[in-house]
Design a protein around this ligand. Structure first.
Ligand code: MLT
Length: 414
């Protein structure tokens, strides 16, 4: 029979992506007539989506960008696929100064979720993939889609992946495994646990990658939330990382760009992979080729806005946003601790990672919080079986909502 066949790897995926699934459950709850009263009180601390308006400097720059588009003299059509030089240079000058990164090693995109998924385009089949557990589900699902895994079990654990356990004992910083892997996904500050890796811990990963000829895919989307001065913001602060790491950065969580869309990937020209004939090929070259073929660049007004994040005014405004969210995180941490729960994260990251009350699974706690306190959290098991028994509270919210969540936690568990 002549029919269009599908990528059957998709059939291995669990039914829905975590956050739409949570939204669906919240909708079912709030659509139930009997819940009409309490449901009206729902506060969402599930998805890590920013709530505060864009920094004024960003808005101003985006307006200027739009105005330029309105005049023949300054109108712009397609921009460079890799991003405008003004933004690539601003990134290097403000985020990677002294780390040996050059502007042409920065690739601008429309988001880190896309980048962390799309990066698999440039890697071959048969690589051993290591991920932490719990983990940001995008890393897992995109590997399933690409055919890099076997089947999944009921917990969403896939054969063929190397899972690096995070737990209370290692403070959710996975240890370097004894076996070898080819691609390793690391996310610090971590989503979902809020854990951060110290310099020695990152040094151990770089040593491991160099020894095993592996590539570290380092997701630093939350670096702006680091408060502890000893914690590295970039993998490129570690000696040798230029030979074995790619870093993903985003404007979503610092500049509040979740609805604007802008991110970037750093691929040093010195990091390479192996071709079938054994020769080494720079990943920079492959990603550049991919970008030009599949992407036409982020929009000009958006890139103007992103560059404004690094202006003096922009930096102050972003720093006020971070202070706001980290103030929320502190309140949430304290409230969860006062309720007698074990608490991780929330000190260098906008996520508070909390142990469920004894006897409750992650989804039990999700239901309890939704039905009895009208607060949406994210069940830890949605991030992998290592997250079972935990839940994540996002600190992205107004202060008023966070104070109300703390109050409801106290009433519910106090
Ligand atoms: C989350 O809640 O984990 C975030 O929305 C992840 C993301 O930025 O895609």
């Amino acid at each position: 029979m002549d029919m269009a066949s599908i990528n059957s790897n998709f059939l291995k995926l669990k039914a829905g992506y975590l956050f739409p699934e949570i939204a669906r459950r919240v909708k079912v709850y709030s659509d139930t007539e009997a819940n009409y009263g309490p449901a009206a009180r729902i506060i969402r601390c599930g998805i890590g989506d920013v709530t505060e308006p864009l920094p004024r400097a960003v808005v101003q720059a985006m307006r200027e960008g739009v105005d330029e588009m309105a005049e023949h003299k300054t109108f712009k059509g397609y921009g460079p696929e890799q991003g405008y030089d003004f933004l690539r240079q601003a990134i290097v000058d403000h985020q990677f100064l002294g780390l040996g990164i050059s502007a042409d090693e920065v690739f601008i995109s429309d988001g880190s979720k896309c980048d962390t998924g799309n990066i698999l385009d440039i890697f071959g089949k048969g690589n051993t993939i290591a991920i932490t557990d719990p983990v940001y589900p995008v890393y897992v699902d995109t590997n399933v889609m690409a055919g890099n895994t076997g089947d999944g079990d009921a917990n969403g654990t896939y054969s063929g992946l190397v899972y690096l356990p995070g737990n209370a004992a290692n403070h959710f910083v996975a240890e370097v495994p004894a076996t070898s892997a080819d691609l390793i996904y690391l996310c610090f500050p971590n989503n979902p646990t809020g854990a951060v890796a110290t310099r020695p811990q990152l040094e151990a990963w770089v040593r491991y990658a160099k020894k095993n000829d592996a590539i570290i895919l380092f997701d630093a989307a939350y670096e702006a939330f680091i408060q502890d001065a000893s914690i590295p913001h970039s993998i490129f602060e570690i000696e040798g990382a230029r030979d074995c790491a790619i870093e993903f950065r985003s404007f979503s969580k610092n500049g509040g760009f979740t609805g604007v869309r802008c991110a970037y990937v750093i691929i040093p020209k010195t990091v390479s992979g192996t071709a079938p004939d054994g020769s080494r090929v720079p990943l920079h070259q492959l990603w550049g080729r991919r970008h030009c073929t599949k992407f036409n660049g982020a929009s000009y007004p958006v890139q103007k806005g992103a560059a404004a994040v690094f202006s003096e005014e922009g930096k102050h405004q972003v720093s006020a946003l971070i202070d706001h969210y980290m103030g929320n995180a502190k309140l949430l941490r304290e409230a969860a601790m006062a309720a007698g729960l074990s608490v991780f994260g929330g000190e260098n990251a906008p996520y508070v990672w909390v142990g469920c009350p004894a006897g409750l699974s992650s989804w039990d706690m999700f239901d309890k919080m939704l039905e009895e306190a009208q607060v949406v959290i994210t069940p830890g098991s949605g991030f992998g079986s290592g997250g079972e028994g935990y839940f994540r509270i996002s600190a992205f919210n107004s202060r008023e909502n966070v104070e109300e969540v703390c109050h409801r936690l106290k009433v519910l568990l106090g």
